[in-house]
Design a protein around this ligand. Structure first.
Ligand SMILES: Cc1ncc(COP(=O)(O)O)c(C=O)c1O
Length: 406
């Protein structure tokens, strides 16, 4: 890329021949500088210099291509966005400083005072805060429904409904919501569907292909995959991004650091290998735990006993890297079990190379009242296990030590 005329990612991306996904995740979106570096460059810069006042004017008018200011345009961030767009099959992507910045911007960008939002109840706690508390402060009403019940989605629609919002599988009880059916309900009512696709990862589920209008990620999870950087991404059509997202991000500034974007860009190279391995282990551990003394229930989408097994098989190409287990002895049993673990760490994060276990009722979902937790299936015995890259035999030994304490 010359200093005068920065290339767009598409100009220097991998050849025009249609490449397969794993190849796109290694090469897609790469913009090489004049030094021809192998690894993508980290452009840790706030601003850009122009060769003349006329050039600056032309860039600001959009008559010359190039970057203006890293709050909204940076070459390393652009490479990450382009690689994400290729992975998701989206026309356009915008990166943000965290997953919550992506969710908040995607939702707020679509509504104004007087509008209405419908969302599934089983949302990550902070997403629920945005829908239930933040949006209403700005005159946007919201209704929460049981996401697995299509009749509830239909009944909640109003003439003012602009956005439907869901995550699937849900956190932490791994419920599966019918994305194609909810997209149809949204469109029939003149609204649009946004899907938080964190648990499925872009590899196992493609909401845009199922009719969703916008997909959001916490890139903090599997996309980094090694517990280092926060980040988020919003993916949609170019028209959607221009109408609802671009200017909001540009003017309000929830920008991702180029350094974090670089880490996440490199994370994408190994995403398929990591997710495949973690998913194999998750399926093995789910089968290992099922039916053991003290384990009331194991939830993993591709197991036959999962309540929405058939739907999971239809809309996902794998069960994901997270499983949930419900212990018969409630909180006391959950704490005794988790306190025995040595390899698996107690942490509320997920999608990491390290296996992490959390007790949602006392951590991620403790803000919810006991009644709402019960209604959402988040009992006191529920543990969420994010499966990492350790040898699965060591994870089995660890879980067996936990079981022995029950
Ligand atoms: C489903 C889901 N959405 C959004 C987020 C928020 O992401 P971040 O922590 O990157 O802001 C999380 C984080 O745990 C999550 O699990």
């Amino acid at each position: 890329m010359s200093e005068k005329t920065p290339a767009s990612p598409s100009q220097t991306a991998a050849p025009a021949r249609k490449l397969r996904q794993a190849t796109r995740l290694v090469h897609g979106g790469t913009m090489r500088s004049q030094f021809g570096e192998t690894s993508e460059a980290l452009f840790l810069t706030q601003g850009y210099v122009y060769e003349s006042m006329e050039a600056a004017e032309a860039r600001f008018k959009g008559e010359l291509p190039g970057f203006l200011y890293s709050r909204f345009s940076n070459p390393t961030v652009a490479m990450f966005e382009q690689r994400m767009a290729l992975l998701e099959g989206a026309e356009s992507a915008r990166a943000t400083g965290s997953g919550m910045a992506a969710v908040t911007a995607a939702l707020m960008g679509q509504v104004k005072a007087g509008d209405h939002v419908v969302a599934a109840k089983a949302l990550f706690g902070s997403c629920r805060y945005v829908v239930e508390e933040l949006l209403p402060r700005f005159g946007v009403e919201s209704t929460l429904v049981d996401g697995t019940d299509l009749a509830q989605w239909r009944a909640a629609m109003r003439p003012t409904t602009k956005v439907l919002f869901l995550e699937s599988p849900t956190n932490p009880q791994l419920e599966i919501i019918d994305i194609a059916a909810v997209a149809k309900i949204a469109h029939a009512g003149g609204a649009m569907l946004t899907v938080d696709n964190v648990f499925a990862t872009p590899l196992l589920q493609s909401p845009l292909e199922m009719g969703a209008d916008c997909v959001v990620y916490s890139a903090t999870k599997h996309i980094d995959g090694q517990g280092r950087c926060l980040g988020g991404v919003i993916l949609a059509s170019e028209e959607f991004i221009q109408a609802h997202v671009h200017n909001l991000l540009r003017q309000t500034g929830p920008a991702i650091s180029p350094f974090n974007a670089w880490v996440l860009l490199k994370g994408l190279e190994t995403l398929p290998v990591r997710v495949a391995q973690q998913m194999r282990s998750a399926a093995t551990l789910a089968d290992h735990l099922a039916g053991k003394r003290g384990v009331a229930r194991v939830l993993y989408p591709t197991r036959k006993d999962h309540p929405q097994h058939e739907l999971a098989m239809r809309q996902m190409s794998g069960g994901g890297t997270v499983l949930a287990l419900d212990l018969a002895g409630g909180k006391d049993a959950a704490f005794r079990f988790a306190n025995q673990l040595r390899v698996i760490k107690i942490s509320n994060n997920l999608g990491d190379a390290k296996s992490l276990i959390t007790h949602p009722a006392t951590t991620t979902h403790q803000r919810l009242s006991p009644a709402i937790r019960a209604e959402s299936g988040i009992g006191d015995g529920l543990l969420r296990l994010s499966v990492g890259l350790e040898d699965v035999a060591d994870l089995i030994d660890d879980l067996d030590a936990g079981l022995a304490a029950l």
